[in-house]
Design a protein around this ligand. Structure first.
Ligand code: PEP
Ligand code: MG
Length: 579
């Protein structure tokens, strides 16, 4: 057996050595054969056993999620159990086995397909959502009948490294963190929400490998080096030893960096730089605080909406309040829901859009679904009574959108006042700058906004017209492209001229090699995933604003991205690689 080495895009750093587990997601093979008359009873019993096994599995998953994440997320699976207990479906399977003499897998699959087809034509959104449940249960039942390995990542109960063609953000969020050492996907980019979720969960991950899943088999020994972006399949014993040492060194380095937690985040020339956390799920809040964050710069509220039914006002309020109280008196910037694009949930129906990243996502979704928006605003405003909340709208593309969102907020405030429901009526209202139009007229937006937060993940995507989750054109996705740097400079200038507070919360803010660039451009408030906070602070503490400004001046005088990148790397190497 020879060693294979392949490369990908680092989504979440770390080094792991372990056994591969190839997860094909949706693909299942359905055996089809006839059952003799005398075998019918046994086949029906086999089906009954698989139903019981599947129910037990789902209940175990529910318990596990309730403990490791939250009860709400665990409730997602209640509807799965209801389908399994539906007497009509059960009867249908029994009569198909007995009447058509079909094996259980065949019968279940046909009935599931029929059900899914008829549900897909129904107008009622709730009923249509059940398609996903049926498909999931179908896969589980067939896997249990065939005694194949589990069809869900949550069922994995031994330490493995997952290889998959692709993973959704919610599949990643629900991973069993005790057992999944790392994951590797064929598709995806560094700023896909799956990658962001991996960083939130601190699971080392490499994405965008193009074909790695087809190169590895379940149980192969693999090394995931998510420091250099390399995957080694069937490593030699020498390589395993080398990487074990490397893994140990990496952990030691992290422990060393962790000593920076309590130290001030100031440059050598005493300029204070504020470091905040990006939070995807409320469970992350302790990690973020432990890393020394000065609050939350971006609370991606959409991950509270992963359930198939929407959380009501009270549920949302409790979640926001939990985070806000935890950080009080530090600020928490709550962003209203940003569904759509690569975050598609059952009720959003966005899978029908041709260009979902250019479609009805973020503030567009909220303004189109005003009832939902109002519920979220009420919940956020109520939570503002328990600490320091900033309210932020995502993907503002036009001034009208921002004015409309603010007007609706003012109406909700009035409503709360009338009810005597307390909230912070001095709450700061701001927007994300993540679309070129917002950059171009940030000087006007600044007249209406209390703050801007730059979302470089989308800003790079929309400026360079490059899909942020596509591995094929990942070479184009570069925050150091001169046009992006010019845009960032323009936002800093507009924020200054309109006295609008400014922060940056895209992944660029948490990339240590870009820290000098951002400081030189004028950013002082950086919001990032906790895993990079210590490294970024180390850089902040070892540079002066003057040298950062000089670097940016030189960068803005260049034209080619390659040259800009080379200079940034050179400076980074000189200063930090050996310190
Ligand atoms: C961004 O676009 O940079 C951002 C922070 O928002 P999200 O990644 O959630 O789209
Ligand atoms: Mg964005």
């Amino acid at each position: 057996m020879s060693t294979t080495i392949t490369k990908g895009i680092i989504a979440s750093p770390g080094i792991r050595i372990g056994k591969a587990y190839v997860y094909q997601g949706d693909s299942i093979i359905i055996p089809k054969y006839s059952i003799p008359e005398e075998g019918i009873e046994a086949e029906i019993a086999r089906f009954g056993k698989a139903v019981e096994q599947t129910k037990d599995e789902i209940k175990a998953i529910q318990e596990q999620i309730a403990q490791s994440l939250s009860k709400d997320m665990a409730d997602i699976f209640t509807s799965h159990i209801m389908v399994l207990e539906d007497p009509k479906i059960e009867e249908n399977v029994r009569t198909t086995i007995a009447g058509k003499r079909r094996n259980a897998e065949w019968a279940i699959n046909d009935i599931s397909l029929e059900l899914m087809n008829s549900l897909s034509t129904i107008k009622d959104d709730y009923l249509r959502e059940r398609i996903i449940d049926i498909s999931d249960i179908n896969k589980r039942l067939i896997a249990n009948l065939q005694k194949t390995r589990s069809s869900s990542l949550m069922d994995i109960n031994e330490e493995v490294i997952v290889f998959a063609p692709d993973l959704t953000p919610s599949e990643t969020a629900l991973m069993n963190r005790d057992h999944i050492l790392a994951f590797v996907t064929d598709r995806g980019g560094r700023t896909s929400h799956t990658a962001i979720m991996a960083r939130a969960l601190e699971i080392p991950a490499i994405v965008g490998t193009i074909n790695c899943t087809s190169m590895v088999k379940t149980d192969d020994l693999v090394v995931v080096d998510a420091v250099h972006g390399t995957i080694i399949i069937d490593p030699t014993p020498e390589e395993v030893e080398e990487f074990r040492k490397y893994e140990k060194d990496f952990r030691e380095l992290e422990e060393e960096l962790a000593k920076l937690t309590g130290l001030p985040s100031k440059t050598r020339d005493k300029e204070e730089i504020f470091i905040y956390g990006n939070i995807e799920i409320p469970e992350e809040m302790s990690i973020i605080k432990d890393h020394g964050a000065q609050g939350i710069g971006l609370f991606r509220s959409e991950f509270l909406f992963m359930d198939k039914s929407l959380p009501d006002e009270e549920k949302q309020f409790q979640e926001y309040r939990r985070v806000v109280e935890f950080f009080n008196p530090m600020p928490v910037t709550i962003r209203t829901i940003d569904v759509g694009a690569d975050k598609v949930y059952a009720y959003t129906n966005h899978y029908r859009e041709r260009n979902p990243f250019l479609g009805c996502r973020a503030i567009r979704f909220s303004l189109e679904n005003e009832d939902l928006f109002r519920i979220q605003l009420r919940a956020i405003l109520r939570a503002s009574n328990f600490g320091k909340v900033n309210l932020m709208f995502p993907m503002i593309t036009t001034i009208e959108e921002f004015k409309k969102a603010k007007n609706i907020t003012a109406e909700i405030m009035e409503e709360l006042r009338k009810e005597n429901t307390p909230f912070d009526d001095k709450i700061k209202i701001g927007l994300m700058i993540e679309v070129p139009s917002a950059v171009v007229y940030a000087d006007i937006l600044g007249k209406y906004a209390d703050f801007f937060s730059v979302g470089t993940n989308d800003l790079v995507q929309y400026t360079l017209a490059v899909d942020r989750i596509s591995e094929k054109i990942a070479y184009l996705y570069n925050p150091l492209n001169l046009s992006v740097l010019r845009f960032l400079k323009q936002v800093v200038e507009s924020a200054k001229s309109t006295s609008t507070s400014l922060s940056i919360c895209g992944e660029m803010a948490g990339e240590p090699q870009y820290t000098m660039v951002l400081l030189g451009l004028g950013f002082r408030h950086l919001s990032m995933s906790p895993i990079y906070m210590h490294q970024v602070k180390k850089i902040i503490r070892s540079v002066s604003i003057k040298e950062c400004r000089d670097l940016v001046k030189s960068l803005l005088a260049l034209e080619d991205t390659d040259d800009i990148e080379k200079l940034v790397r050179k400076k980074f190497k000189e200063k930090f690689e050996h310190s």
